[in-house]
Design a protein around this ligand. Structure first.
Ligand code: ADE
Length: 262
């Protein structure tokens, strides 16, 4: 996966994503990241990239020309590398876009190249957006000062879904949202900390029991914190509750039998 970020603040992107797991993925070559400075493509002799909005109103707008020429330069680079520049998606980060979620991250991770366009000031001239943008994406219902943080959030979440980025130890599929459920609680050494014991089942060595416990914990937590996700899971996993009921019935029958025998 090759990320191309069109921005007025390339250092923000490169510094923000240069460390930890994403930094390692870039060094390994599992993903590549370039941040292209829109200002480098302005034809204005004072390097200006913004102007007042027609019709008045607060703030400045990013102009069409520098954005369009940056996009053209990136497409040309992709073409020269033998990539499929005609079909490269261009994502504009905007609070007016579709809310970003895990399934979107998984979809975007299938792309070979992805262009992320970061706006600043009051936004970007509509005409260039109409011309180049394929996807409008928001990272939540609040307004940030620019698209760089949202672009970083997207790149992080998408990269985790790219094969080779996570090591075997941290497979992306077992975690929160991969199946609507929030992650179960986890514990590490010591066994007792501030009088709090690690749940007994995790020390039992019984993998089946551990798996069952973790699923129950996930369900409980999701129901409590994100009932919307819980209901989606329930809808798609009816057989879990049927099996659980049968298990419970078998257990009760066994217990009754034992009771009679004693
Ligand atoms: N730009 C400013 N705020 C944003 C948000 N919430 N999501 C995406 N891009 C933005």
């Amino acid at each position: 996966m090759n990320f191309h970020v069109l921005t007025l603040f390339p250092e923000m992107i490169l510094q923000g994503l240069g460390t930890s797991i994403i930094g390692r993925a870039i060094s390994k070559g599992s993903i590549s990241l370039e941040a292209v400075n829109i200002r480098d493509y302005t034809l204005n002799k004072h390097k200006k990239v913004d102007d007042y909005p027609y019709g008045g109103g607060a703030g400045m707008l990013m102009q069409a020309q520098p954005v369009y020429d940056t996009w053209k330069a990136v497409r040309e680079k992709i073409r020269a590398r033998g990539g499929n520049e005609e079909n490269v998606r261009v994502v504009y980060m905007t609070p007016q876009g579709k809310n970003f979620c895990q399934s979107m991250a998984r979809e975007f991770a299938k792309e070979e190249d992805l262009i992320l366009l970061c706006g600043h000031y009051e936004g970007i001239d509509e005409r260039v957006l109409e011309e180049i943008v394929t996807d409008y994406v928001s990272i939540g219902d609040y307004v940030l000062t620019g698209g760089e943080l949202p672009a970083m959030v997207m790149i992080d979440a998408i990269s985790r879904m790219v094969p080779g980025v996570l090591t075997n130890e941290d497979s992306g599929e077992t975690e929160s949202f991969s199946n609507y459920l929030l992650e179960y609680p986890q514990y590490s050494r010591p066994e007792v900390w501030m009088d709090k014991r690690v749940p007994e089942v995790l020390l039992s060595g019984d993998h089946k029991k551990v798996e069952e416990w973790r699923l129950e914990q996930s369900l409980e937590k999701t129901k409590k914190l994100r009932n919307d996700l819980y209901e989606k899971w329930v809808e798609e996993n009816q057989e879990y509750f049927i099996k659980k009921e049968k298990r419970e019935a078998r257990r009760l029958k066994k217990e009754r039998k034992k009771g009679k025998l004693i």
